[in-house]
Design a binder for this molecule. Structure first.
Ligand code: NAP
Length: 260
């Protein structure tokens, strides 16, 4: 399917690895020029080189912390008039409610709520003026069904979800489409980190923890960054003109429900 976005300019936050990279690759395959971002310059440059070589699109890089004011300013300087914004950042640390005080909550709020809200707020006026825009925020299945050990994610991302729900309906009339993708367990460094902690606390190996988690999923496996990226690119396409403020769950059926 032609996504109809060849030549569009996309900022993809937190995109040297994992779900951000998967999204960047799928947008590049659709012909978008990219601004990629991550904190570690070496991995970021390697990813940028790979994508340039594979898809022959223009790729700029911004090695910066997207949760900082300077990082966001650098991203917007690299591409002041993006057509597409993919909001993404690292997830919060696991734990239980009694582990978290003001500092931890402020960190989660900054990474997983305030940063995407501020970036969207910065790019929406230009998208509205140009009559076209796509903002996709990578959140988490924790928005739909709370994950006990990820209370910081449950809380902070719910706030972002509320912002998108309201704002998406205010900007839609201008051709600007905002939606969220809610990943369940995907095979990235993040899930490896989470499973390493789970394996340690249960006294099992990482491989055993992996096998347990995969067996518990109706699909019998984790999602891949590639399949995640394709859905993300579709949500940035010409074909989502009537899809407003939705939360697209990609979890292999892990959330057990007849509807909704
Ligand atoms: P990942 O494989 O660990 O990749 C994270 C990427 O983001 C890396 O490129 C990393 O590069 C970059 N990054 C992290 N923090 C950053 C920051 N502050 N500023 C700029 N770049 C940053 O993680 P992932 O699995 O793709 O997860 C992406 C998001 O989806 C996270 O918020 C995660 O919690 C959420 N999520 C993931 C899953 C899953 O199963 N994978 C499930 C639910 C939700 P640097 O470290 O070099 O900055």
């Amino acid at each position: 399917m032609d996504l109809g976005i060849k030549g569009r300019k996309a900022i993809v936050c937190a995109s040297s690895k994992g779900l951000g990279r998967g999204s960047a690759e799928a947008l590049a395959e659709a012909g978008c020029d990219l601004v990629l971002n991550a904190r570690t310059a070496e991995t970021l440059e390697q990813t940028a080189d790979d994508i340039r070589a594979k898809y022959n699109v223009n790729v700029k890089t911004v090695a910066a912390d997207v949760t900082s004011d300077e990082g966001r300013a650098a991203l917007l300087e690299a591409e002041p008039a993006p057509d597409i914004l993919i909001n993404n950042a690292g997830g919060p640390p696991p734990g239980v409610w009694s582990d978290w005080g003001a500092e931890e909550w402020e960190g989660a709020f900054r990474s997983n709520m305030l940063t995407p809200i501020l970036l969207a707020t910065a790019v929406l006026p230009g998208m509205i003026d140009r009559g076209w825009g796509r903002v996709v925020s990578i959140t988490s299945g924790s928005v739909k069904a709370p994950i006990g050990r990820l209370g910081l994610s449950n809380g902070a991302r719910a706030g972002l979800t509320g912002f998108v729900a309201g704002t998406a309906r205010q900007v839609a009339q201008h051709g600007v489409i905002m939606n969220n993708i809610l990943p369940g367990q995907h095979d990235t460094d993040r899930i490896k980190g989470m499973l390493t902690g789970a394996a340690k606390s249960q006294g099992i190996t990482l491989e055993e923890a992996r096998a347990q988690a995969q067996a518990a999923n109706p699909r019998g496996r984790f999602g891949t960054a590639e399949e995640f990226g394709k859905v993300c690119a579709f949500l940035c396409s010409e074909h989502v003109g009537f899809m407003i403020g939705q939360n697209v769950l990609l979890d292999g059926g892990a959330f057990n429900s007849t509807m909704g």
